[in-house]
Design a protein around this ligand. Sequence first.
Ligand code: PGA
Length: 255
Amino acid sequence: MDNPSKPFLIAGNWKMNLNPDEVNYLAKKSANWCAENDTSTVELLVAPAFVHIALARDIRGDAGLVISGQDCSFEENGAHTGDVSASMLKDMGCEYVILGHSERRTDHQESNELIKSKAKKALQNDLKVILCVGETLEERDQGKEKDVIANQLERSLPEHANCENTVIAYEPVWAIGTGRTASAQDVDEMHSFIHNFLSSRLEKIDRLRIIYGGSVKPDNANDLLALKYVSGALIGGASLKADSFLKIADIAKEL
Ligand code: PGA
């Protein structure tokens, strides 16, 4: 096996998209895929907006479709209007939460320290964390991309993170929603770097899953998923259509 860090994680980040009918359709199609395929080799995950989590969970039923939150609070509970706690996500059937997405870092000025405290809270509540890191185009053009990623990992990964409860998502900011994918060589280099960088910090590093995000589509999925340290994909745009999302899952299945 080329990539020891299996199963693949094929994760659809629905962001602030879809209406209830569309959630219904996509969740049903995804749940059917899970019922028909071996989810011990490809874990299929969807991250609906908070208000659609219960709907997706009910439609999923007993199928192995995994549900994730898109964010959570660093607080346990209390007077925090508009926030959603890790324990609420857990209670609603989520197994994962995405943290540190570049849209949260930009839209809500989330710092590495805040992301770390959210990750800590998520792990305390038995949620697995998909921790997103990524450099801007300006940082890459200046040749600083590895420093940026090292800094984000160093400062946002909580002490209790391990290879079982945490997945790293490398998402170059300039590749998200732009149609511009990082080259296989760029991804290969960065994933190897992350693997090596975290090897001194995490035990059993070969079990760490590092997934790639940024304009992943059926057209480029094979080249990206075939890379040694790529254990899956975090998919935005292409996860909003059942055909493209499940095609990527099919591609992972064949690798
Ligand atoms: P994209 O989004 O696939 O639309 O580029 C990826 C992400 O933001 O996770």
